[in-house]
Design a protein around this ligand. Structure first.
Ligand SMILES: *Cc1c(COP(=O)(O)O)cnc(C)c1O
Length: 360
């Protein structure tokens, strides 16, 4: 068997030890004689798996009892609707910050529910920076302010939590959750799809402060009401049990790594190396303003885009795959989430240096 280094933006690489554990437990979880996939979600075995996953993520992120932690279906995209449906609570307006492709999708969806007040946008510089927070136009009569903490496609990341006065803060953390330490208490809602930093797709982790639950818009489908999921411990209907279990294995793995602070230190090291390799060459370039660069998604271009195909076939031969940039940005994109080992970044940098020598 040979495993390659997968730089995919999502679904993305999962730590090998997590996959091995899932493999070892596949046919018989913990002496139950069953796969987790086959278990009743209400049986004591699965309930113990579910509770452990929640306890571990609470510990990792320092989530207080004031918050519910929900394991929901529909990915992060369903949250684009669930957030306005649950948080507007009679108000007509919500503030959004537009920093790229994922913000845009959240905004488009929100517009079907309320007036979107655009507090800031970096569209003018082609989404290569985070607009300075003191320049934001914040409507204090809005129900909440939504931002995307890491733009997976553009490779732009907030380096700190914006201060928005008294407004409820909502963040789509799909592509940087658990990659850096954050203060959960500053948020009304945090949500993230699983497939970037937490394992499988199709499941979303939603952290919502309890007092925001219970005022869903009239006529909302019951699956879109946080209260139904919160009251039922995320078992309002049959949850994605196997994905929940895998997420739990990822949380255990992060704990084994020393927790979020230790993972963050690794992420800083990994990203710095790659940006340094890009910046120290005149052959490679990253378009993002230095202070807004993502530690998770690193887009870069070659001096001559005619060499892109050769770069991609060469990296593939070297066991470095899924480096092709998003079609809207072009060039390359290396997604280097928590599970990407530092050796993979070293291997990519070595390839880049050699490639440049033969082409520049
Ligand atoms: C991937 C991603 C999404 C969409 O997630 P789905 O699980 O496909 O719904 C939303 N926001 C961000 C920032 C993402 O990276």
């Amino acid at each position: 068997m040979s495993r390659i280094y997968n730089f995919s933006a999502g679904p993305a690489a999962v730590s090998e030890s997590v996959l091995e554990k899932a493999r070892d437990e596949m046919l018989d979880w913990n002496g139950s004689g069953m796969s987790v996939m086959e278990m009743s979600h209400r049986g004591k075995e699965f309930v113990s798996i579910a509770e452990k996953a929640e306890a571990d993520v609470r510990e990792l992120m320092g989530i207080s009892d004031q918050y519910k932690v929900l394991f929901l279906q529909g990915g992060a995209t369903s949250q684009f609707s669930m957030v306005p449906m649950n948080l507007l609570q009679g108000k007509q307006k919500a503030c959004y910050v537009n920093t790229g492709a994922w913000s845009k999708k959240a905004i488009k969806e929100a517009k079907t529910h309320c007036d979107v007040h655009l507090s800031a946008s970096s569209e003018g510089d082609n989404f290569t920076s985070i607009p300075a927070v003191d320049s934001w136009d914040i409507a204090q009569d809005a129900a909440y302010l939504h931002y995307t903490s890491n733009e997976t496609i553009g490779g732009v990341e907030f380096q700190s939590i914006p201060d928005v006065g008294g407004l409820e803060l909502v963040a789509d953390m799909s592509s940087n959750i658990l990659s850096r330490e954050i203060d959960v208490n500053k948020f009304g809602v945090i949500y993230a799809g699983g497939q970037k930093n937490m394992g499988p797709s199709g499941i979303a982790l939603v952290i919502v402060r309890e007092d925001l639950i219970g005022n869903v818009v009239a006529g909302a489908p019951s699956m879109f009401d946080y209260k139904n999921h919160a009251d039922a411990g995320s078992m309002f209907n049959t949850p994605p049990t196997y994905s929940w279990y895998l997420m739990g294995l990822v949380f255990e793995w992060i704990k084994e790594q020393g927790g979020v602070a230790a993972i963050e230190a690794q992420n800083i090291r990994k990203a710095s190396k790659l940006y340094e390799a890009i910046d120290s060459s005149s052959f490679y370039a990253n378009p993002v303003e230095v202070a807004s660069r993502s530690r998770m998604n690193v887009p870069f271009t070659l001096a001559d885009s005619a060499l892109d195909a050769e770069f991609l076939s060469g990296t593939k031969q070297a066991g470095l795959v899924t480096l092709k940039g998003h079609r809207s940005v072009g060039g390359m994109r290396a997604s280097i989430y928590n599970a990407m080992p530092e050796q993979a970044i070293d291997a990519l940098i070595s390839f880049m240096v050699e490639f440049e020598k033969t082409k520049a």
